[in-house]
Design a protein around this ligand. Structure first.
Ligand SMILES: O=P(O)(O)OC[C@H]1O[C@H](OP(=O)(O)OP(=O)(O)O)[C@H](O)[C@@H]1O
Ligand code: HPA
Length: 180
């Protein structure tokens, strides 16, 4: 397929991961989750804003009793993590004794997931795992065990399918990477 190039704000991005590949990888993750959580009632905790599209497509493919809730964390300015992870919308559920699965669109430096895990672990869940659509292993600054990863990618800034560049690009159905 011919690559497509788009402009968001002052930057150009070109197609990197098409919707078909995203959905195929989500299918595989959904099957794995169904096996691992058979007989349990996991609580999926989606981290907004970026994970909204991944969460919807994943949840539609999970056929077992489960619950879903949302929190909102924010730390990015332009293409950089500020390192200051703010909780914009907090957790309302009691997670004590629950099997929690945190849903992220991307684990980059790991600051967001690391801050969230510290907070959730204090509430004594039975277990916590992380599922992410994308992961940048080269950028990770924390020791994190991310059990479910749809795709590991190099250190390129990406947009689309929920991911944004200063607010733009979340609505794109494919994922694009910055043109260097
Ligand atoms: O591993 P990290 O370096 O912390 O990066 C990952 C986080 O960055 C993005 O969130 P952002 O703070 O941009 O908020 P958003 O989800 O509203 O876009 C993304 O959705 C992850 O939550
Ligand atoms: O590559 C990225 N793109 C968009 N948002 C992000 N948040 C962390 N890394 C990224």
């Amino acid at each position: 397929m011919e690559p497509r190039t788009i402009t968001l704000h002052d930057c150009q991005f070109s197609t990197y991961m098409y919707e078909e590949e995203i959905i195929a990888r989500i299918h595989m993750l959904a099957e794995q989750l169904e096996q691992d959580y058979a007989g349990k009632n996991p609580l999926f905790l989606a981290v907004l804003n970026g994970s909204f599209m991944f969460t919807a497509d994943l949840m539609k493919r999970i056929n077992m009793p489960c619950e879903i809730s949302f929190i909102r964390m924010s730390s990015y300015q332009d293409m950089q993590s500020t390192g200051n992870v703010r909780e914009v919308l907090g957790l309302t559920e009691n997670i004590e004794g629950r099997d929690v699965v945190v849903i992220e669109d991307i684990v980059d430096t790991g600051h967001t997931v690391n801050a969230l895990l510290q907070q959730l672990n204090e509430k004594q869940p039975a277990s916590i795992e992380i599922i992410t659509l994308l992961m940048k292993p080269e950028c990770l600054q924390h020791q994190l065990d991310v059990k479910y990863v749809a795709k590991s990618i190099p250190n390129d800034f990406v947009v689309g399918y929920g991911l944004d560049y200063n607010g733009l690009g979340r609505n794109l159905r494919d994922i694009y990477k910055i043109v260097s």
